[in-house]
Design a protein around this ligand. Structure first.
Ligand code: SF4
Ligand code: SF4
Length: 319
């Protein structure tokens, strides 16, 4: 069974949840669409391509205290806030499903990520407008079969809402039922076909890597804004008393030289071209060999946020 909600009532619907949940939604922030906590539903943007930055910070913040310690005690810092994120586009839901493979695996379960994931309700918004530089329609990540609690389809004056989880039941009790079956079509201007991607298998020694990496600043903008880049480093941050402090984890990027540095000073990916190439192979080749799907969801953010205007789809085309 699907549900119907007039667009005029979406504000009241979300506002009614604010007592129990922190509600995160897309807003206009200095002419950029960003996901932020809202206290006033008037500020929500309903018609947008995609947000400039991903939702990664709500699940894997770029800096996070794991625990605080004293000589006698350790206190874990788990984020138990209950959140609803409204307006997540399908490619970003796919990104979360990829992060789940990495951080909620059978061998390793990241309790910090798991706590945030379990406490977050996903209200996804079916795609009808591509984000800047998005190419999800060629990777099949523009549509959703799972990964959401509610999925909203924009039908002009109203939404058709699909329920996708047990948790969603509590949110649909007062909604009008409908048998209308919604669909959404996304036509991205950019594309990246499997045939093009398969060129990676025979292009490891291509001169394209050296040529193209010369434009790269090694700034890590692409990995920082990518919704499926989850590498981090763990450090201790001692207090001046040297008897207490925090253990923190912070973003790490394979585009920076120290990422593959080891004791003794050796750096495995010393050359910028090898770091540059690694990102393409990890996103579009190695991960699929290991997990059966690409690590890239085609959100286009690494293109939009690259100061050197390096375009992943163009690089693969050159191969
Ligand atoms: S590699 Fe680029 S396009 Fe692919 S998911 Fe990451 S940011 Fe998005
Ligand atoms: S954002 Fe662009 S310039 Fe910066 S590391 Fe990535 S590819 Fe290189």
């Amino acid at each position: 069974m699907n549900y119907r909600l007039s667009k005029q009532k979406i504000g009241d619907f979300l506002a009614s949840l604010m007592n129990e949940y922190e509600v995160i939604a897309p807003v206009n922030d200095n002419s950029l669409i960003k996901f932020k906590q809202i206290s006033n539903t008037d500020k929500i943007i309903l018609d947008f391509g995609n947000s400039r930055y991903s939702l990664k910070k709500y699940f894997l913040p770029n800096k996070q205290v794991l625990f605080k310690y004293t000589k006698e005690d350790i206190q874990e810092e788990l984020d138990n806030k209950k959140r609803i994120i409204f307006g997540i586009k399908p490619c970003d839901v796919h990104a979360l499903l990829i992060m789940d493979k990495l951080l909620l695996g059978e061998d390793l379960e990241d309790i910090y990520y798991k706590t945030k994931r379990n406490n977050t309700i996903i209200f996804a918004l079916a795609n009808n407008k591509p984000g800047e530089n998005e190419f999800s329609s060629s990777l099949g990540t523009d549509k959703l079969e799972r990964g959401y609690d509610l999925l909203f389809f924009d039908k002009g004056d109203y939404y058709i809402i699909k329920s996708g989880s047990e948790k969603a039941r509590g949110f649909t009790n007062n909604l009008e039922q409908t048998e209308e079956e919604p669909q959404a079509e996304l036509n991205c201007e950019k594309s990246l076909s499997e045939e093009q991607i398969s060129k990676l298998k025979t292009s490891f020694d291509s001169p394209v890597w050296k040529e193209e990496s010369e434009k790269c600043f090694s700034c890590a903008g692409c990995t920082t804004t990518c919704p499926t880049c989850g590498c981090f480093d763990v450090r201790d941050d001692p207090n001046l008393d040297l008897e207490s402090g925090s253990r923190i984890r912070i973003d790490a990027s394979c585009q920076l030289k120290n990422y593959t540095g080891v004791a003794g000073g050796h750096v495995f990916r010393e050359g910028r071209d090898s770091r540059f190439k690694h990102r393409y192979y990890h996103k579009l080749d190695y991960f699929k060999d290991q997990y059966g799907k690409h690590m890239c969801v085609g959100c286009g953010r690494c293109i939009t946020n690259c100061p050197a205007k390096i375009d992943m789809t163009e690089i693969i085309n050159k191969l």
